[in-house]
Design a binder for this molecule. Structure first.
Ligand code: ATP
Ligand code: MG
Length: 800
């Protein structure tokens, strides 16, 4: 047995080994990217099982994304085999769902609650805001949702929100919050933030429940700890405890790993305070630092170190590797985003041809999901196999959401948001007025929407006209037929098929000759496939299930393979990450055999790439206004977060890193000339190998080059450039016919200034950024939109 432990420690460095062997007090491992934090976590789990007699059922490991959870499960599976099945390896959200379903009775709710994602939450907030007569401009559902989410992340419940409000918006939002929670509970639903907050509440209000879990999970491990928010932090603390309980259950062993430089979810309330104050919050905690990087070449590390060192208020840490320098970072300045994508595709082709890399070794990163389309187009054209992780999420498409709404109503009839979504989809003659009658009746009688529908059938809803009543009756009969089917125990895919057929949803799309509808049909077929695979894998899992002696069956947890289990799976997929894209993603299904050989190129946002690694990484769209994001340009805090994102991007690369930018990129439907990303300048020049630089036409340095030719249509050497230039460039002051413009050189503007622009009219400066040739202003032109303008040269704009 001794030899077995040695195996587990053999290929670790002394600091890593110490982290794996450490027993007792809470342990914090802080270290830069690629230093083996995740490896320490997985290895520690294996070690707990092999050397410290822990049972798999005593282990809870928490990761940030579903993808990361799957990967960890796999890694642990490789180390300890089938026994890994009894462990809980999951995201915060799925862990909480599991606890909440099990403890639903304690919380006086039913265990078949629906999980509302951001879109459902916004729908419900729209209804609430409307019913409270709020001005929809001032109180936009999106803003309300963000505000309520922030409150929940701080564990501020609806009752106390009012007392935290500091202005009008917050006071009204607090009222919305109260009503929103009431509707959620009436719909037997929770949003994502509730999952965490309710679990915390459960543990705090019911110490015996908390004790049950503390007894059960003697080891809690958290990866990517820098991205936990206050609610998640509290959850962890409640789970492990800091003191023995009254009946003498000692705190569980806690091990968290993280890197403050990779904190990229501040916008969701994540706070690196959790890392910084770990030692204070957990007395006698131990901290271990790791410094050796095993992932990247020295060149890549130096680039990463150099960029991140520009951030203020950070603890400096220097990563080093014994791997050697490797290749220089390749830089490329493209004419536009299509050219950039063509460069990336061509380069990948070459690498594969030369045998340097397989497709699966390559990842292409971008800042926001919408940037994937151009890559997809060219990859499809060239036949490069790829898959998009995240993207226009499959589960966010209308038809998929409609179908799922039916399933959710079948699993939870009280789910009002889903029910109202499908009430008249496909159209069946239940109009807005009829819906309003039913909703009013439900409110007045304090009954659920579905009960109100049944009242309508029985003609107990006032003001409802007979035609609507008939339509509602038919709808209720349709649902009842489907409920019967569900009760008969057929598998999820068959329920879904029945929904699509009996509602006429499929027939309607079939009859249409809109090509969009054809692709909607494909997506629905894809959803049926997802459901079939779900049932199959549940059956396989059941066949393979470990004896799980130490893991009693959980009350309230949906039966594997059941409709509620399916819905839970798809709800949580919409979490931080997402499933591979389905269209274009057919490349992904390409024969498994081929995938074995060379796999597919992965396209994803930098956020999604956290924790992952690839031999070859393309960082694209490195432009100020794209990456860093426009929103961050005038905001030091947000800029620091963007820089951490750049650090994450660079440190995903093992051997080769490419960084590229486009001189002109279509944004919000308009060509925009963005200056080079400041992060490019932060990579030491000697590490960079520029394949193609900005044309030095007209007026000089690279930041200006783009704008200079843009302003003089026809002088660009490339016709594509001229075409775009003459199309009118929205974000610069250099477009159009020079003579038309008032020459206003180097406008000096501040936030709040009013301006008049020849083309966009009156506007207000939202923020400014940069100085000299890089000065830009983001200006809100009202209905003409918000536009970023450069402030040098001939800006057709005057300050008022
Ligand atoms: P990130 O901050 O990006 O999440 P990380 O600190 O979690 O990174 P890992 O993903 O655990 O780092 O490790 C990075 C790579 O280095 C992996 O390929 C891992 O297998 C390898 N590695 C880690 N430690 C060692 C070691 N002691 N010997 C050899 N390889 C190692
Ligand atoms: Mg990691």
């Amino acid at each position: 047995d001794q030899g077995k432990h040695a195996d587990l420690l053999d290929d670790l460095n002394p600091a890593q080994r110490a982290a794996v062997e450490h027993a007792g007090a809470p342990l914090l491992v802080v270290a830069g990217a690629g230093s083996g934090k995740t490896r320490v976590l997985t290895r520690r789990i294996a070690y707990l099982l092999a050397a410290r007699d822990a049972h798999p059922g005593q282990i809870m490991a928490i990761t940030f994304t579903n993808k990361a959870a799957a990967e960890m499960r796999e890694r642990v599976g490789e180390l300890v085999g089938r026994r890994s099945g009894a462990m809980w390896v999951s995201t915060f959200h799925s862990m909480c769902v599991r606890v909440l379903r099990r403890e639903a009775k304690t919380l006086e709710m039913s265990s078949n609650f629906s999980i509302y994602d951001a879109d459902d939450a916004r729908r419900l907030l729209t209804l609430v805001a409307r019913d409270l007569d709020l001005d929809s401009k001032r109180y936009q559902p999106r803003a309300l949702a963000a505000h309520i989410s922030n409150l929940k992340n701080e564990l501020i419940d609806s009752e106390s929100a009012g007392s935290h409000a500091t202005n009008d918006f917050e006071r009204r939002a607090a009222e919305v919050y109260v009503e929103y929670q009431r509707r959620l509970s009436q719909a037997n639903a929770m949003d994502f933030d509730d999952l965490i907050m309710r679990t915390v509440e459960l543990f705090q209000v019911f110490p015996d429940v908390a004790e049950y879990y503390r007894r059960r999970f003697r080891h809690v491990l958290v990866d990517e700890y820098q991205d936990t928010n206050h609610a998640q932090y509290t959850l962890v603390r409640e789970l492990v405890g800091t003191e023995p309980t009254e009946s003498g259950v000692e705190p569980a062993e806690l091990c968290v790993v993280g890197d403050a430089d990779q904190s990229i979810y501040a916008f969701r309330g994540a706070t690196i305070r959790n890392i910084e104050e770990f030692e204070r919050d957990f007395p006698n905690a131990r901290t271990i630092l790791l410094e050796q990087n095993y992932r990247s070449t020295q060149t890549i590390l130096s680039a990463a170190n150099s960029v991140i060192s520009r951030n203020p208020n950070r603890r400096d840490k220097r990563l080093w590797t014994s791997e050697g320098d490797g290749e220089r970072v390749v830089g490329y300045v493209a004419d536009n985003e299509h050219d950039e994508a063509a460069f990336v595709a061509g380069e990948i082709d070459d690498l594969v041809d030369q045998g340097v890399a397989k497709y699966s070794d390559v990842a292409v990163f971008y800042r926001t999901n919408n940037q994937s389309r151009v890559f997809e187009e060219i990859f499809i054209r060239l036949g490069l196999p790829y898959r998009v992780v995240g993207g226009v999420r499959f589960y966010e498409r209308k038809e998929v959401r409609d179908a799922l709404a039916y399933l959710r109503v079948l699993a939870n009839p009280d789910d009002t948001v889903s029910l109202r979504r499908i009430l008249n989809v496909p159209k069946r003659g239940i109009g807005d007025r009829a819906e309003a009658c039913v909703a009013t009746h439900a409110e007045r009688e304090r009954i659920s929407f579905v009960s109100a529908l049944r009242d309508a059938v029985a003609d107990r809803v006032p003001m409802l006209n007979p035609r609507s009543r008939k339509a509602i009756t038919a709808f209720v009969e349709l649902l009842d037929g489907l409920y019967k089917l569900v009760d008969s125990g057929v598998e999820v895919a068959d329920i879904l098929e029945a929904v699509l057929d009996r509602t006429g949803y499929r027939a309607e799309l079939d009859a249409s000759d809109d090509p969009q509808d054809a692709s909607r049909l494909e997506n629905l077929d894809e959803l049926v496939t997802v459901a079939r695979e779900f049932t199959e894998s549940a059956a396989e899992a059941a066949a393979l299930a470990p004896e799980a002696a130490d893991d009693e069956p959980d009350a309230g947890v949906p039966e594997p393979g059941s409709l509620p289990a399916f819905l839970e799976r798809v709800s949580l997929v919409a979490d931080a990450d997402s499933i591979p894209e389905s269209d274009g993603g057919d490349a992904e299904d390409d024969t498994e055999a081929e995938a074995e050989d060379s796999g597919v190129v992965t396209l994803m946002t930098v956020h999604t790439a956290k924790g992952l690694e690839y031999p070859v990484v393309f960082g694209t769209g490195w432009e100020d206004g794209v990456f860093p994001h426009l929103r961050a340009l005038g905001e030091p805090k947000e800029l620091a977060e963007e820089r951490r994102l750049a650090y994450v991007a660079i440190t995903r690369a093992r051997e080769r890193l490419y960084v590229s930018r486009a001189l002109v990129r279509t944004q919000w439907g308009q060509p925009a000339a963005n200056p080079a990303s400041r992060f490019l300048d932060e990579i030491p020049v000697e590490l960079l190998d520029w394949r193609r630089e900005a044309p030095a036409s007209g007026g000089g340095g690279s930041p200006r080059a783009a704008t200079t030719w843009g302003g003089r249509p026809g002088t660009g050497s490339d016709s594509a450039q001229s075409r775009i230039a003459s199309g009118g460039m929205r974000t610069t002051g250099f477009t159009g016919t020079r003579g038309d413009w008032k020459d206003t050189v180097a406008l000096k503007l501040d936030a709040g200034d009013r301006v008049n622009h020849d083309k966009y009219g009156l506007g207000t400066v939202v923020s400014t950024d940069g100085s000299g040739p890089r000065a830009t202003a983001t200006i809100d032109f009202g209905t003409a939109g918000t536009v970023r303008l450069m402030l040098i040269g001939s800006v057709p704009m005057v300050k008022l």
